[in-house]
Structures are given as C-alpha cells and as structure tokens.
Design a binder for this molecule. Structure first.
Ligand code: NAD
Ligand code: UFG
Length: 349
C-alpha cells in the first residue's frame, strides 16, 4: 500500500482528501500544527476512513520534526496543503505569510530531497492568474498576484519548477527525479456527503459559502453582496465553485499520476482544478436558499477591494493528464454545505 505524507491534513481540503485517499486504498500520515484547525476534525476523518490516521503535531518549519517523521515512515509521495490562506490578512501582515508559507515549503522540500522522496502534489490557487485578461483560464495564461498570499503561491510554483530543472541538469534517473503537480484550485466549497466534516473557519468567514451557511443557520444576520455593477450577466462576481470532494478526488488522481513510472521525469506541471462553469453570487444565493429551505437576507454594498469580476477554469488539462473531471453540481455543493452546517452549527467546537 502506498504511503502519503499529508501536510496541513487537519484543514478543510486536507480532511476531505484524507477520506478520498483512504477510499482509494492509500495510507496517510498527517503533519499539522493545528494553527487553523482542530484535532476533532482528524478524529472524524479516522471514523469515516475506518482506520486511525497517524498525526504528528508540528510546525513544518521545524526541520527536526520533519526529519523524525521521514525517518519513522517511508513515503511514496507528499501532498502539501499546509499554509496560511487569508488574502486580507496577508496584506496586513505580509511577513507572517512569507515566513510561514515559504519557509515551511523550503524545509519540506529539503527533507524530501534528503530522504529521496521526490513526488509532490502542491496546493496552488487560481489567485496566481491575478485579474484574468481572458476566460476561461488556461494554464499558459499570464501569471501575476494581487496579494502577498498570492505571491507566496507564485514563488513556490517557481521554486518547484526550479527543482525539476535542477533534476534534469543532474540527469537524475527517472525513479529519483522530481515529479510535481501544482494544482491550481478554483473555489472549493461544500462538505463530505456524511455531514461529519466540512469547512470551519475561525471568526467571521471571508468566503461566500461559509458566510451564506452561517447566515442560514442563524449565526450571522445577513449576507453582504460585494458589488452588483460588475460586467457580468447579473452584475455580481462570477466564480468557478468546485465541490471539495471532487477536489479531494483530484488529489488522488494527481498522486496516481506521480506514481506512474511509465511517465518521463522530471516534471513540474501546473494543473487547473475547476468545473469550467462560472456561477454568480446571486445564482449561489438562490441555489443555497433552495437547498437549505431558508431565505437569506441580503445587503448589497461596494465592491470588495482586490476582487475580480469573473474567474473560471479551462479544466481540460486535468482531464487529459490526470483523467479527472468534476462530477458534483451546484445543488450538491449547497446541500452538502447545509448538511454539515445545520448538523454542526458551531463547527467542530
Ligand atoms: P486550512 O487552513 O483549512 O488548512 C491548512 C492547514 O495547514 C491547517 O490545518 C493549518 O493548521 C495547517 N498549517 C498551516 N501552517 C502550518 C505550518 N507551518 N505547519 C504545519 N501545519 C500548518 O486551508 P485549506 O482551505 O484546507 O487550504 C489548503 C491549501 O490549499 C492551502 O495551501 C491554501 O492556500 C490552498 N488553497 C485553498 C483554497 C480555498 O479556497 N480553501 C483555494 C486555493 C488554494
Ligand atoms: N462575496 C460576497 N459576499 C461575501 C463573500 C464573498 O459577495 O460575504 C463574493 C465575492 O465578492 C466574490 C464571490 O463572492 O465575487 C466569491 O468570494 P470568495 O471570497 O468566496 O472567493 P474569492 O474568489 O474571492 O477567493 C478565492 C479564495 C482565495 C483566493 C481567491 C483568488 O478563497 O484564497 O479566490 O483566486 F486567493
């Protein structure tokens, strides 16, 4: 059975991916410092997966902790979720983001080199496309970033391409060459169908779906719609919302891609994970109302600084290279978010 190290495995996308990995027959080990998650999330994952998932509580910047983990286990690949992700906070406290996201990635890559594990799935983001010049977004589109958070993703992607280039220069044999998939996620939403795990943001949510669901469950009074004068069909922002279990299955497909020894290596591929459809804020509200049976009070305000009008993927590279396409629709995204939120009104607390 292949063994996967999952950094940041206690977080939103990590927990769902651990369940998908277990279903696909992979063994996982988690490293997380619980800076943005709770141990309860992993207890529920173990129950869903039907087996205990070993957890190392550590900060990835701690080289000694990484060395211990890599000496105790032999990993076939690493999925690297750990990082800070709040765009607005990264503008206010940029050094926290550069320190956490960049230093932890460098320490992890050093540990991987040292222990001869050179297969990596990295959590990148559609944020690396900045304000898109044309849609849908293909991987070759120009890259730019509008926040320190986005710049950490861009810098890490460059770091990974440099590693693959160095691997080629050294003429590493195929089994020892870097194989990297940087997955550019669009907007992950929803929860596991069981309602046992889901997104549990600290404080007031920044993102549309957790905000919508907290209004529906009565934790927040109303939703603010940021802008109704965008050049989109109904004037509100358009995004490519993607069910988190589809995203989780995308990671399983990426791990299989990295383990495919028939592929020439080294490589460092950037791959979009999205549905390819754009949904507006108004469409998302309507779908959420119909899934939850609750009406959502709404107030329209100014545009949120830094937001783009529309952003959606061309997901054809993922279909071609990973054999992956998103299967779940907007109704399922809303129903599963609601099942999680209504059964766990205070999240994991
Ligand atoms: P999350 O905050 O729920 O999970 C991240 C996990 O990493 C948390 O459990 C946190 O405790 C842990 N962590 C953070 N810094 C760490 C460190 N130095 N050492 C050890 N553990 C650490 O976030 P998520 O939504 O699951 O996102 C996972 C990844 O996907 C992140 O890299 C994020 O930037 C990226 N991403 C997320 C989205 C999204 O909308 N959720 C979109 C695009 C990309
Ligand atoms: N929105 C509202 N009200 C809210 C929250 C969001 O109207 O309370 C709107 C936004 O203006 C936007 C849409 O809903 O039009 C989606 O907003 P999200 O915050 O859910 O998602 P973003 O696309 O803005 O952000 C996501 C990720 C970030 C990433 C960014 C850029 O969460 O990590 O995409 O790719 F940086």
């Amino acid at each position: 059975m292949s063994k996967i190290l999952v950094t940041g495995g206690a977080g939103y996308i990590g927990t769902h991916t651990l369940v998908a990995l277990a279903e696909a027959g992979f063994e996982s080990v988690v490293i997380d410092d619980f800076s943005n998650s709770k141990p309860e999330a992993l207890r529920r994952v173990s129950a869903l997966a039907g087996r205990e998932i070993p957890v190392m509580r550590a900060d990835l910047r701690d080289a000694e902790a990484l060395r211990r983990t890599f000496s105790e286990h032999t990993f076939d690949a690493v999925i690297h979720f750990a990082g800070l992700k709040a765009v607005g906070e990264s503008v206010r406290i940029p050094l926290r983001y550069y320190d956490n996201n960049l230093v932890s990635t460098v320490r992890l890559l050093e540990a991987m080199e040292e222990h001869g594990c050179r297969r990596l799935v990295f959590s990148s983001s559609a944020t690396v496309y900045g304000d898109p010049a044309s849609l849908p977004l293909r991987e070759e589109a120009p890259l730019s970033a509008t926040s320190p958070y986005g710049r950490t993703k861009l810098m890490i992607e460059e770091m990974l391409r440099d590693l693959a280039r160095a691997s080629a220069l050294k003429n590493d044999p195929p089994e020892g060459a870097w194989r990297i998939d940087a997955l550019r996620y669009f907007n992950p939403v929803g929860a596991h169908e069981s309602g046992q795990i889901g997104e549990d943001p600290n404080g007031v949510p920044n993102n549309l779906f957790p905000y919508l669901s907290q209004v529906a469950v009565g934790r927040l009074p109303e939703l603010t719609v940021y802008g109704s004068d965008y050049p989109t069909p109904d004037g509100t922002g358009v995004r490519d919302y993607l069910h988190v279990m589809d995203l989780a299955e995308g990671h399983v497909a990426a791990v299989r891609h990295l383990l495919d020894e028939s592929l020439p290596a080294p490589f460092a591929e950037a791959i979009n994970l999205g549905t390819g459809s754009g949904i507006s804020v108004v469409q998302a509200i309507r779908a959420f109302e119909s899934a939850s049976g609750k009406s959502i009070p709404v107030r329209v305000s100014e545009r949120r600084p830094g937001d783009v009008a529309a952003c959606y993927a061309d997901p054809s590279k993922a279909a071609r290279m990973l054999g992956w396409t998103a299967r779940r629709n907007l109704a399922a995204m809303c129903e599963d978010t609601w099942r999680w939120q209504s059964r766990n009104p205070s999240g994991y607390a």
